[in-house]
Design a binder for this molecule. Structure first.
Ligand code: ZN
Length: 179
C-alpha cells in the first residue's frame, strides 16, 4: 500500500484543538491513513505527524525522527499513552507543521516512554530521549488537542502565531494529489 500526501490542517481548525478518538477499527483504512501520513510528513519535511494534522480525529501518529546521538527512529503508534517521563528536562526549539514557519523554545522531559499498539493492534512500547522524546511528546499531545504553542505564555504565543508562513508545498498539494 503506498501513501498519498494529504493537505496539512493549520492552527485554528477545531480538529487540532479537540481530543482525538481511540482507534477501534484496525482495517485497511487505518493502514492507508498511516501510509498517507508518512507521505505527508516526508513531503512536508517533518519528523512527526499526528492524524488530526491531516484532518482525521483519531489517536494515531507517525515519526521518522532522530535523537541527540543522531540515531533515527521510524514508526507509528496507535492509541498512544505516555507511561513514563524523566524529571530531567531539556530546553529546545520546537515547531509544528500545523503552525508553519516559526519555532519556539519549550522545556520537555529528557526521556519519555509511550505505549500503544501498531496498525495490527499488537502492543508496542517506544522509549526516546532528547529530540526524539520531544517528538513523541509533541505528537501524543496533538491527540489530546494540545499544540506546543499552548505551552507558551500569551506574549510568546502571539509572536509565534504572527510569524506563521504557510508552506508553499501545502498550497501546491492539490496538484500533487491529482498526479
Ligand atoms: Zn505538531
Amino acid at each position: 500500500m503506498s501513501g498519498h500526501p494529504r493537505p496539512v490542517v493549520i492552527v485554528g481548525d477545531p480538529v487540532l484543538h479537540s481530543r482525538s478518538e481511540t482507534v477501534s477499527d484496525f482495517s485497511d483504512d487505518l493502514k492507508q491513513l498511516i501510509d498517507d501520513m508518512f507521505a505527508t510528513m516526508y513531503l512536508a519535511e517533518g519528523v512527526g505527524l499526528a492524524a488530526p494534522q491531516v484532518g482525521v480525529g483519531l489517536r494515531v501518529f507517525v515519526y521518522d525522527c532522530y535523537d541527540d546521538e543522531g540515531i533515527y527512529y521510524k514508526g507509528h503508534v496507535v492509541n498512544p499513552v505516555i507511561t513514563a517521563t524523566s524529571t530531567e528536562t531539556d530546553d529546545g526549539d520546537e515547531g509544528c507543521l500545523s503552525v508553519p514557519g516559526p519555532f519556539a523554545t519549550v522545556a520537555r522531559p529528557h526521556t519519555v516512554t509511550v505505549t500503544g499498539v501498531d496498525a495490527t493492534g499488537t502492543s508496542i512500547e517506544v522509549t526516546g530521549s532528547g529530540f526524539f522524546a520531544r517528538c513523541l511528546l509533541h505528537e501524543t499531545e496533538h491527540l489530546q488537542g494540545t499544540l506546543y504553542i499552548d505551552h507558551l505564555n500569551r506574549r510568546r504565543r502571539s509572536r509565534v502565531l504572527a510569524a506563521i508562513e504557510p508552506f508553499p508545498w501545502n498550497a501546491d498539494l492539490p496538484d500533487a494529489l491529482t498526479s
